[in-house]
Design a protein around this ligand. Structure first.
Ligand SMILES: *Cc1c(COP(=O)(O)O)cnc(C)c1O
Length: 226
């Protein structure tokens, strides 16, 4: 499988979704999610033009980051255990999964610089999904104020696992309007401009609904465990 060919297809689909939504493709950051693939495949993606790599587990993240000596942005997109923060915190460009104060406290303690974070929101209200419910998010962001190294750059969500595209779209719309509501609060620690939403099966809908970051694994780099 050719990552470069997949990236071309992805880019043309991004262009299509942007045209539909009257947006510029420059507004969309593609994060290659490499959790199912080798270092070699991740490097192939970078050589094809990918500038952002996402991993959802500590081990995978550390392995890739150590092995890949390239100038890319590193995204942590999975559940982060507080006791693991110190092993990983250096040099994460964006944490997509901040969802509790204990984690914020630990990040704040372990990092030397401002740490850009997204709040993970459970827009589908499925109990199996991580993240805060929509109505908890603003209170949570206000509670983050004392943690001076945490900066809330936006929100992240995962759509439910369903073929019903209207249900998926509704989740993305909810995240978008919540983001706008937070932006209007003008909180210095929460500029909240990013929307991380959309994966292999639904990134086109996410772009139509305002995504700034899409997290694409299987349809870009494949799955070497299959
Ligand atoms: C695995 C994963 C993705 C990518 O999923 P694909 O369906 O393979 O594109 C995106 N976001 C998160 C949080 C993930 O865990």
């Amino acid at each position: 499988m050719e990552v470069e060919a997949n990236l071309k297809v992805l880019q043309s689909k991004i262009n299509e979704a942007c045209a539909k939504a009257n947006r510029s493709p420059n507004e969309i950051k593609v994060i290659a999610v490499t959790k199912y693939v080798s270092v070699a495949r991740a490097v192939e993606a970078i050589e094809a033009g990918i500038e952002d790599i996402g991993e959802n587990r500590l081990e995978g993240f550390l392995n890739k980051r150590e092995a890949i000596n390239k100038n890319v942005n590193w995204h942590f997109i999975g559940t982060l255990q507080s006791r693991k923060v110190k092993e990983i915190i250096e040099n994460i460009d964006l944490i997509h999964s901040l969802d509790r104060l204990s984690l914020a406290k630990e990040i704040n303690k372990r990092t030397e610089e401002i740490q850009p974070c997204l709040i993970q929101v459970n827009t589908s209200e499925e109990s199996s999904k991580h993240g805060l419910s929509i109505n908890e998010v603003i209170g949570f962001i206000k509670d983050l104020e004392p943690y001076e190294k945490i900066r809330v750059d936006g929100l992240m969500t995962m759509a439910p696992f369903t073929d019903d595209r209207d249900v998926i779209r509704e989740c993305f719309q909810k995240l978008h309007s919540l983001r706008d509501e937070i932006k209007q609060l003008n909180l210095p620690h929460a500029p909240c401009h990013f929307l991380s939403m959309g994966m292999s099966n639904d990134y086109d809908i996410a772009i139509e609904e305002g995504a700034t970051h899409i997290r694409v694994g299987t349809s870009l780099v494949g799955n070497e465990n299959d």
